[in-house]
Write a protein that binds this ligand. Structure first.
Ligand SMILES: *[C@@H]1O[C@H](CO)[C@@H](O)[C@H](O)[C@H]1NC(C)=O
Length: 147
């Protein structure tokens, strides 16, 4: 009898054991992406590896010309928002996102260029300055970030 129970528990354990190859998508989607040298930034992260806590809103407020708080995250608290190359010019900067926790580690970077220097003709990152000299930028469509 004891043996039977033991083998039943063993069998149950193997059924619930984690599969060896975790299914994983290699990109996340960034939508509704806009920013100003005001300095605020907004976007929405959608991540099919984490359907339970995304889409999530991401709102960054920082001092233009400085780096954001090291602990800056999206609203679900699961994505760090970073400028890996230091303080940014919204016309050309790299955005980094890193998943804080979960079974699928994710970290990615993407370069946003408004073509102010001619390097990115046809770019979807568009910037214009208003009369007060404040830059407004937005991304036309959905940006894929490899993670
Ligand atoms: C995300 O957080 C910001 C700042 O707390 C808040 O203003 C905004 O409404 C939140 N967005 C959502 C969708 O909850």
């Amino acid at each position: 009898m004891k043996l039977t129970i033991a083998s039943l528990i063993l069998a149950a354990t193997s059924v619930f054991a984690a599969p060896s190859g975790v299914k994983r998508d290699s990109s996340i989607q960034i939508s509704d992406f806009r920013a100003t040298s005001g300095a605020s930034m907004h976007f929405v992260v959608t991540d099919s590896n984490y359907p339970d806590d995304t889409p999530t809103d991401c709102n960054l407020i920082w001092q233009y010309g400085e780096s954001p708080n090291k602990n800056a995250r999206c609203n679900n608290s699961q994505y760090y928002i970073r400028f890996p190359n230091g303080p940014i010019d919204l016309n050309r900067f790299t955005l980094e996102l890193e998943r804080v926790s979960g079974d699928v580690p994710e970290k990615g970077q993407v370069l946003l260029s408004s073509n102010a220097n001619g390097e990115a003709p046809g770019t979807k990152w568009n910037c214009h300055k208003n009369e007060a000299g404040i830059l407004f930028c937005s991304y036309d469509g959905v940006l894929e970030m490899q993670v």
